[in-house]
Ligand binder design. Structure first.
Ligand code: PRP
Length: 179
C-alpha cells in the first residue's frame, strides 16, 4: 500500500499533535454541557472520530450516518445520498458532527440542515481536513485539524475506490493509479 503513495502530506505524528489541540478546543467549548451527542459521517470519519473522541473525557453518545457523495471516485458527485435514516433524538441538544473531509461542503451542509430541522439547539462541525476551495454550500467547519490545497488525498479514513483508508497518514496517490 505504501508504495502506491506519491507523497505523504500529513504524517501520523502531525495528526496526533493536531488532534490533541482540536480536542482541547472542543473540551473548552462544550464544558458547560452534561453530555455530547456526536454524529459521525461514515465511512471516512471512523479513524478520526475514534482517535479524537478518546481525547475528550465527556459522556459522549455516538450515532453514525451513512452518507455518500464521492461514490468511490476522486471528486464529489454533487449528490448526497442518505443511505440510512437512523438519526438520534437531537431535540434541544448540542451536536458535534464529525467527518474526515470538507470538500464542496454539500455533505456537512445537508447533515447540519437536517439536524437543525430535527430541533438540535446547536450543531457544530469538526473535520480532519478542510480543502481550500470555494464551496457549493456556504459552510465553514467549526473545527478543522488541517487545511490542504484542492488535491485528492487518501489515508486515515479517506479512500480511493474503497481502499487506502487504513493508512495511518494522509497522502497523495501516484497519478498512474488514479483514473
Ligand atoms: C466523502 C467524505 C465526506 C464528503 C465530503 O464521503 O468522507 O463525507 O465526501 O465531500 P463534500 O464536502 O463535497 O460533500 P464519501 O462520499 O466519499 O463517502 P465515504 O466517507 O464512505 O468514503
Amino acid at each position: 500500500m505504501n508504495k502506491d503513495i506519491e507523497k505523504v502530506l500529513i504524517t501520523e505524528e502531525a495528526i496526533g499533535r493536531r488532534l490533541d489541540e482540536v480536542a482541547q478546543r472542543i473540551i473548552a467549548d462544550f464544558s458547560n454541557q452534561d453530555s455530547l451527542q456526536v454524529v459521525a459521517i461514515l465511512k471516512g470519519s471512523v479513524f478520526f472520530m475514534a482517535d479524537l473522541l478518546r481525547r475528550i473525557p465527556f459522556k459522549i453518545e455516538i450515532e453514525c450516518l451513512n452518507v455518500s457523495s464521492y461514490h468511490g471516485g476522486t471528486t464529489s458527485s454533487g449528490q448526497v445520498d442518505f443511505l440510512d435514516q437512523k438519526l438520534p433524538d437531537v431535540h434541544r441538544r448540542c451536536v458535534l458532527v464529525v467527518d474526515d473531509i470538507l470538500d464542496t461542503g454539500q455533505t456537512l451542509g445537508e447533515v447540519k440542515a437536517k439536524l437543525t430541522r430535527l430541533g438540535a439547539s446547536e450543531v457544530k462541525t469538526c473535520v480532519l481536513i478542510s480543502k481550500k476551495k470555494e464551496r457549493v454550500c456556504d459552510l465553514k467547519a467549526d473545527y478543522a485539524a488541517f487545511e490542504i490545497d484542492d488535491e485528492f488525498v487518501v489515508g486515515y479514513g479517506l479512500d480511493y475506490r474503497g481502499q487506502y483508508r487504513n493508512l495511518p497518514y494522509v497522502g497523495v496517490l501516484k497519478s498512474s493509479l488514479v483514473s
